[in-house]
Ligand binder design. Structure first.
Ligand code: PMP
Length: 427
């Protein structure tokens, strides 16, 4: 039944019935976690072949002894593979350590305090820096800005990427806006893939924004399609080249959700000038990355075909988990007016919107019944979702059985919170 069509008596009976079901589920003393987007054990096991793959041969194809210091840029052969994923040239690629988030933190730290290419470009010299945060978005991006004291301005996500009219209006009017966070394919958490038109408009921002403006293009889910008809993403760098704005694009990726989440390799794609500048800063922080792990990855994933085969296996493990979450949402909530959700064709998340004002209550009800959800507000800068609606569901880590029980509980929590709110509004 649709919430708005229920009479007062029906709502009362509904509430009682749901409260019973909630208590029954609570008595089962669940201990389930739908919070972080971590690969499951079986996904990680797909890459166990990394262990021992070197067989004592530590020499890279170009003769580099990977055990030794040096090679700030990473192995050239690995650059050649991942340049194709980033949509840049191999000499526009740097292979780093195990985390793209670290590379993002470093790029912003260098740009803020030292100026990425020139000291005069340092954002901190110009006073308060601002950044566009596409919402809902990734909490760790927002945490980096907060850490550096960069003020975030939320801009809404549409079906095909950020609201570009708003982004263009903001950056043209305010030179203190120094960048934008984007997760352009299978956005975290809402799963959108930016359309070709949006990529083109983002590439043009460099023409209207402050000269030291950066597009933080976090393509973490570049390879993470769950459906054969998942949309492709246009190359940002190619678009920037057409518009003469390639110095504004910094592209990131990693194998965190391709091989091992804690022991993969991360990448940056950027213009040659930006990469040279980044290396100058990075050289102060490290003598070089873990090339032994890079060589393992090169042997394990020597080309794009090997990467695609690996991602196909990943998708086979993820698909049933996503389907099960969606099945619960459709069966329990479709047509009830109690919320809406995304049905992504890839990535790691499903984004759920409760009725206004209820996300915190749903998360609380679930927590009290042993189901941990991502804190309400986490997908917004400063943890403040003004409408208090968005909840990020991460189905990758739990087993199918755990998802089944957690989603039963989630649906009951959404229903209970919605019915109680309706009763309160009517009284
Ligand atoms: N970017 C996004 C959008 C993510 O969702 C994640 C992982 N949750 C990361 C970056 C982290 O990447 P890494 O492991 O390479 O630091």
């Amino acid at each position: 039944m649709h919430l708005n069509e229920a009479s007062h008596d029906q709502l009362l009976r509904w509430e009682q019935d749901l409260a019973h079901r909630y208590a029954d589920l609570q008595a089962a003393k669940l201990n389930l976690d739908l919070t972080r987007g971590k690969p499951s054990g079986s996904q990680l096991a797909l890459s166990n072949g990394l262990d021992g793959i070197l067989h004592g041969d530590y020499m890279a194809p170009d003769g580099t002894d990977t055990r030794n210091y040096g090679g700030l840029d990473g192995l050239p052969e690995l650059k050649a593979v991942f340049a194709q994923v980033l949509g840049v040239q191999p000499d526009e690629t740097l292979v780093g350590g195990n985390s793209s988030l670290t590379l993002m933190h470093q790029v912003l730290t260098f740009a803020h305090f030292f100026g990425l290419r020139r000291p005069d470009d340092a954002w901190a010299r110009e006073g308060q820096a601002r950044f566009i945060a596409v919402v809902p978005g990734y909490d760790r991006h927002f945490a980096i800005c907060e850490h550096l004291g960069i003020h975030m301005i939320p801009v809404a996500m549409r079906g095909d990427g950020p609201d570009m009219d708003e982004v263009e209006r903001l950056v043209a009017a305010d030179r203190s806006i120094k960048g934008i966070w984007c997760v352009p394919r299978f956005s975290n958490p809402s799963g959108e893939v930016y359309s070709d038109e949006v990529v083109e408009r983002i590439a043009k921002l460099g023409q209207i924004a402050a000269p030291n403006f950066l597009i933080m293009w976090d393509n973490a889910y570049a390879l993470h399609a769950l459906a054969d008809d998942a949309p492709q993403l246009a190359s940002l760098m190619a678009a920037c080249r057409r518009h003469g704005t390639e110095h504004s694009a910094i592209i990131f990726g990693s194998t965190s959700k391709v091989t091992f989440a804690g022991a993969g390799v991360a990448f940056i794609g950027a213009s040659r000038a930006n990469l040279a500048a980044f290396r100058r800063h990075l050289n102060i922080a490290t003598i070089g990355p873990d090339k032994v792990n890079q060589l393992r990855h090169l042997r394990f994933l020597p080309d794009l075909a090997a990467l695609e085969a690996q991602m196909h296996k990943q998708a086979e493990l993820l698909k049933p988990r996503f389907q099960l979450v969606l099945e619960h949402l459709r069966t329990g909530l479709a047509g009830t007016g109690m919320g809406d959700w995304t049905e992504p064709k890839g990535g790691y998340f499903i984004s759920f919107n409760t009725l206004p004002g209820l996300a915190t209550e749903v998360v609380r009800l679930a927590a009290d019944a042993g189901v941990k959800l991502t804190p309400a507000g986490a997908t917004w800068p400063y943890g403040k979702d003004p409408e208090n609606t968005n909840i990020r569901l991460a189905p990758s880590f739990p087993s199918l059985e755990e998802i089944d029980r957690a989603m039963q509980m989630f649906v009951v929590c959404v229903q209970l919170a919605s019915v109680r709110q309706k009763l309160q509004m009517r009284s």
